[in-house]
Design a protein around this ligand. Structure first.
Ligand SMILES: [Zn+2]
Length: 154
């Protein structure tokens, strides 16, 4: 019984560890997605999967389902259109084209200013301030008294 309890504890710890590392991996991929959109322009989820698979730092490529979730959950990413793609048997389907919000993100620095706490690095999280105008937690541009969302909205 005692051994069983010990094993159970190890399993629990293991599961917790896997959850934790998956969270960090997805956070990293969500940041990378924004960088790739910034550098390469609007693209479909399939093209994004291609670019991620070519990226050295990505060890586990997210499934198409996970990738959709990562793209749609990211507040810096928007859908800008769709593309008709014909598959091998000639069936056409519409694939969403994603891009970063370019009204909001106009320089590489802006990428950091628009990151939500859920995608930020621990260091960025430490620099975050709650915006008085909109309540978002963001890293503020130097000398600014409100977040970039509020600055750009004016
Ligand atoms: Zn704000």
């Amino acid at each position: 019984m005692r051994q069983c309890g010990f094993l159970w504890e190890m399993i629990n710890k293991g599961v917790w560890y896997i959850h934790k590392s998956m969270g960090a991996n997805n956070r990293r991929i969500r940041r990378l997605i924004v960088d790739l959109l910034w550098e390469n322009g609007p693209m479909t989820k399939e093209r994004m999967a291609d670019l991620l698979s070519q990226h050295r730092s990505v060890k586990v490529i997210p499934s198409p389902h996970t990738l959709s979730a990562l793209l749609s959950k990211n507040t810096q990413v928007i859908i800008v259109g769709s593309e008709k793609i014909e598959n091998i048997v000639g069936v056409k389907s519409a694939h969403a084209i994603y891009d970063i919000d370019r009204e909001l993100i106009k320089s590489t620095e802006d990428i950091i200013f628009t990151r939500s706490p859920s995608v930020a690095t621990p260091k960025e999280k430490q620099r975050m301030v709650k915006c008085d105008e909109c309540g978002r937690n963001r890293v503020f541009p130097k000398g600014a008294e409100k977040c970039l969302h509020c600055i750009r909205c004016e």
